[in-house]
Write a protein that binds this ligand. Sequence first.
Ligand SMILES: Nc1nc2c(c(=O)[nH]1)N[C@H]1C(S)=C(S)[C@@H](COP(=O)(O)O)O[C@H]1N2
Ligand SMILES: [Mo]
Length: 516
Amino acid sequence: MSRTKAILAGFLAGLVGGIVMTAAMLLLATLGVATPLVIIGDRLSVFIPPGPFLSLMGKVGGYNHLKQLGVGSTIAGQLLVGAIAGAIFGLLARRNPARLSAVWTVSIFVVLPIVVFAMALWSVLGTSYVGLPIGVARLVTLVGFVLCVFIFERTLTAGFRFLTTRKIRKQDYEFTPAIGRRAFVLGAIGAAAAGGGIALAQKLYRVAAFSYDGTQYKGRIVEPITPNELFYCVTKNVVDPTVNVELWHLEVNGLVQNRATWRFQDLVGLPAREQQTTLMCISNGLDAGLISNAIWKGIPLGELLDQAVLLSSAARVRLYGVDNYTDTIPLEKALEPTTLLAFEMNGVPLPHRHGYPLRVIVPGYFGEKHVKWLTRIEVTDANAKGFYETQGWGPDFITPTRSRIDVPDHGSQFSLGKLDAAIELKGIAYGGDRGISRVELSFDDGKSWREAEIYYSGGDLAWSLWKIEWMPDTAGDYVVVVRATDGEGDVQEWEEDRSPFSGVTGFHKIAVHVTA
Ligand SMILES: Nc1nc2c(c(=O)[nH]1)N[C@H]1C(S)=C(S)[C@@H](COP(=O)(O)O)O[C@H]1N2
Ligand SMILES: [Mo]
């Protein structure tokens, strides 16, 4: 058989192997097993600093598209690598048919990838979308991967043999002169596997986070307590975990005397507290709605840390979700009685997308720190970092004071002649864990200020809602601005020196057009 034919046969067998392997990964994904399709992206994304990350996100049209691009290019890359590996294999096998022996092919196509995979992705192997503890999840991910590369190896070698030999007689391989018909058969098998893979991908797409990731809560609908279905939502995942609480447990380890493992039913038996706390994402724009308020019920994190007995070198706490998301908080913050392990949100168990069965609530810190689907609490020294911290967000995750005008809309038009009452303006003000003491509005772009009425206060850890009536004297284009003062008396301000990756500061302004 000619060189070209050997390369082509290997290429096709490798491509079909890649397709079958990818379909197997998609099948595993539907069972909640982590596969390279998503964890390669998780592993790589921590190397992208926030600047390029944001500009990349902007270029592809948002986080959802970035995730789709990540999975899509992983699949494409996998198929390409499979096909190229197949072509090289074809070439080598033609020269030396001994290379068709299972010892050789298993070493190259199974053992080698496993070693590389385990080393390169070690830190993200402990991911499970059904909530398996990290150690078990790591094993399951590895076994799943072994299965997938084994399927690749079997398909490649069987496919290549099928294309290139008439009959396997002892050690002597005869290459058929015409492989066209067999190529068609193998191609059909590849197409069938691709069809199955696409069906699985569609199934996953339907349960994926694309439909709700980035949900905002703002405008006329804003109430004191955000209903769970409307609560803003951000996730790094393509498909979020759906934790099976029977499989799940919570580990407490690291710099402690007594490591512990908690079952869910034991946790909820501990003394719990209920508190209203507002969450806001670090990337929430001045006019945006990545902010919401709920009543959380949970156990103070400090309770578990006390039981574990901290070692003197303890300085931070690293929190792990089952999706391998991590973040850290300073130990002092972890020990505050309002830092909670929450299992209820507005009186019902945490919804899956908000972290069922357990999430962390860290009042006054950006949403990033409120780790969802919590499965491990690791007490660390001062140097530990989490997912977005490694990317380069921060260094400060303490929320500055912010406020927003929800009513009327930016660009609204009013006619003085038709106004029979004052215009009502409404909005929110949020002072981290410092509360809100005052809200002011300016109708002349910040030259003068009038005090608004705080008609709802959620306490120190939550937002306040404000309103004010405004009767414009004359027609004109107005720039309306809001500013809040926190419970410590500090007026909201624009911090010029603040890193753009520590969350924006400044004022929400809207334009209002008043005609005669
Ligand atoms: N396990 C896990 N926790 C997570 C995230 C995540 O992707 N995985 N996203 C974080 C981010 S960026 C934010 S802003 C908040 C959002 O919480 P919510 O979706 O319940 O509003 O969760 C944080 N906790
Ligand atoms: Mo976020």
